[in-house]
Design a protein around this ligand. Structure first.
Ligand code: SAM
Length: 326
């Protein structure tokens, strides 16, 4: 039954983010009545939500009907260095898609176009507010995963890095901050340009990070010695993933290296965050999480040889590959 209730707890977290509860508690505990006034909610209903959130470890009832935010709950604050607020705010977009999940099970096709009339990335192009939330969610994940990635992989040999589908540049910004000798290009859809430029400026790497807008199914910028694709290959079914990888292969020199940063699925029954993400990919995009063998086969089809898989302290692994010489 606890598993069955999971969606209620997930929705409670999203409601807390929408109501800015953790932000409102950043200066100390507040009464439920006070929070209800600040959030334009019914105080008795809000108390019931806060009581559930206390059971989840997000807030604590420090006096009767007064709540403080916990260290875990502070991650719901927008200015927390490891904030997940944008992730929770953007999750609402996917609720109706999950309601249509049976479509994916019956047909093998993503449900998002059935629910919203077009594929996710086309929808985001036409809905800037949702796009900002989605890009924020991607940045949340990158912030959480970057420290583990920098610990697991030595980027010092890479002078010119191309982050293919690099979003607004959170990952590449962090890599360039850690490696002052390197320069980089974030390559993503043109509508991300302004957000990416602002982020590079804020990260203090605007002189070494440029944004190039384009479509990775058409072409990929040439000239990099390291090509980075984080959470890109998993968005797509095999034939599309191979097209993207072949585009990278064409842009690369024989000495360039390719890094896929993905949740590599372990064999067997053990739970892994990638197994839940895999269902999101099924219903939202028609993509998939893959095992090491599946990555190896996909890379071979696109003209690469998998040379290693390095786990990180996060759920992400680094899949390394080199171009096979013709
Ligand atoms: C799952 S997000 C990953 C973003 C980033 N790599 C990260 O890990 O935070 C997928 C990215 O692919 C980009 N994208 C989707 N279709 C694209 C296309 N045809 N050409 C270039 N970028 C594309 C999206 O805009 C988005 O930033």
């Amino acid at each position: 039954m606890e598993l069955h209730d999971g969606f209620i707890r997930a929705r409670a977290l999203q409601l807390a983010a929408e109501l800015q509860i953790a932000d409102l508690l950043s200066d100390g505990p507040r009464s439920t009545d006070d929070l209800a006034t600040a959030t334009a909610t019914d105080s008795r209903s809000l108390y019931r939500l806060l009581r559930l959130l206390a059971g989840c470890g997000i807030v604590s009832e420090v006096e009767p009907r007064s709540f403080a935010v916990t260290a875990t709950g502070a991650h719901l604050q927008g200015d927390h260095p490891q904030s997940v607020k944008a992730t929770l705010l953007s999750a609402g977009l996917f609720h109706p898609v999950y309601a249509d999940a049976m479509h994916s099970l019956r047909t093998g096709e993503p449900a998002f176009p059935k629910t919203f009339g077009k594929p996710l990335f086309d929808y985001l192009k036409d809905h800037p507010e949702q796009a900002t939330l989605f890009n924020g969610a991607m940045a949340d994940a990158s912030r959480l995963e970057t420290a583990a990635l920098l610990e697991a992989f030595d980027f010092s040999g890479a002078r010119g890095i191309v982050d293919v589908g690099g979003g607004t540049g959170t990952l590449l910004g962090a890599v360039l901050s850690a490696y002052p000798q390197s320069t980089g290009v974030v390559y993503d859809l043109p509508h991300l340009a302004a957000e990416a430029a602002a982020k590079a400026e804020a990260a203090g790497v605007a002189d070494r990070l440029t944004f190039t807008g384009g479509d990775f199914f058409q072409e990929v910028p040439a000239g990099g010695d390291l090509y980075l694709l984080k959470s890109i290959v998993h968005d797509w079914p095999d034939e599309d993933a191979v097209r993207i990888l072949r585009g990278c292969r064409r842009a690369m020199s024989p000495q360039s290296r390719l890094l896929l940063i993905e949740r590599v699925l372990p064999p067997g029954d053990d739970d892994h965050p990638g197994k839940a993400m895999d269902i999101t990919l099924l219903v939202v995009l028609g993509g998939r999480e893959r095992t090491e063998d599946e990555y190896s086969a996909l890379l071979a089809e696109a003209g690469f040889r998998l040379t290693g898989v390095t786990p990180t302290a996060s759920p992400m692994s680094v899949v390394e590959a080199v171009p096979v010489q013709d």
